[in-house]
Design a binder for this molecule. Structure first.
Ligand code: 5RP
Length: 252
């Protein structure tokens, strides 16, 4: 039987729900896969579990509120577990995120979490990041100058939504969708290079942040990384692991 992409996304999200316990403060991701997770959390809340959510976008906040999940926006301490989707996942569990536009809050939530779990269907697995665009969130003020600085790094880019009616993020910023010719060879170094560009608010490279990826394929969902306490060997990266500023942002 061929499983539809939506069924795979749902299977991955349902597997991640096994990690949610009574009292968990959970980061709620954005996008179609994360939506299944939020819906599952709502079921647990309806069953009486005391779970609160930190949403990664206004859309997720509205969804969570409509489903009866108590929302936390002023965080003190750490989030227990964040679960989110991704656009691309490489063998070292580095990610591209943000094609749904929520990358900045998604990264904030992941960085504030003790454990960051990514839920994807197998179509998101790549040998090397950069197969599609890399979203970069930039300040609207003098954004053309920021775009020129990025182009100066040899990148080609487009304004999401077009210059006439640009897409505006929940933070009031623009997204430049960047294409890296030939793929992203060293995600950690590239992430730091992007972060240094004046006008760049955040980018969609998540390097060294992921604890577990739950991948759903025809044989069911499989976890890579750590799932439940016991250490599971990560897959050998196809092309080098990079230490990154993102990873250093994570609390120990
Ligand atoms: C939004 C994201 C999403 O998690 C990513 O785009 C994956 O979305 P989907 O599960 O719908 O494929 O990063 O900013």
């Amino acid at each position: 039987m061929t499983l539809l992409a939506d069924e795979l996304k749902q299977a991955a999200a349902e597997k991640a729900l096994e990690l949610v316990q009574d009292g968990t403060l959970v980061g709620l991701g954005s996008g179609t896969t994360a939506r299944y997770f939020t819906e599952g959390v709502a079921r647990l809340v309806a069953q009486g579990m005391k779970i609160r959510g930190v949403p990664t976008s206004r859309a997720t906040a509205e969804l969570a509120a409509s489903l009866g999940i108590p929302i936390v926006t002023e965080l003190v301490g750490q989030i227990d577990l964040a679960v989110d989707g991704a656009d691309e996942v490489d063998p070292a569990l580095n990610l591209i995120k943000g094609r749904g536009g929520a990358l900045f809050r998604e990264k904030l939530v992941a960085a504030a979490s003790k454990r960051f779990v990514v839920v994807v269907d197998e179509s998101k697995l790549v040998n090397e990041l950069g197969q599609g665009v890399l979203p970069v969130e930039v300040l609207p003020f003098l954004w053309r100058s920021t775009a020129e600085r990025l182009a100066g790094l040899g990148l080609s880019l487009v304004v999401r939504g077009g210059e006439e009616t640009p897409y505006v993020t929940d933070n009031g910023n623009l997204i430049l969708d960047v294409t890296v010719a030939g793929g992203i060879k060293q995600p950690g170094e590239f992430a730091m290079e992007l972060k240094k560009v004046t006008g760049v608010v955040e980018h969609g490279l998540f390097v060294g942040m992921t604890d577990t990826v739950i991948v759903a394929g025809p044989d069911g969902p499989k976890a890579v990384g750590r799932l439940s306490g016991g250490a599971v060997a990560r897959p050998t990266p196809a092309h080098g692991t990079d230490a990154s500023a993102d990873a250093r942002d994570r609390p120990s």
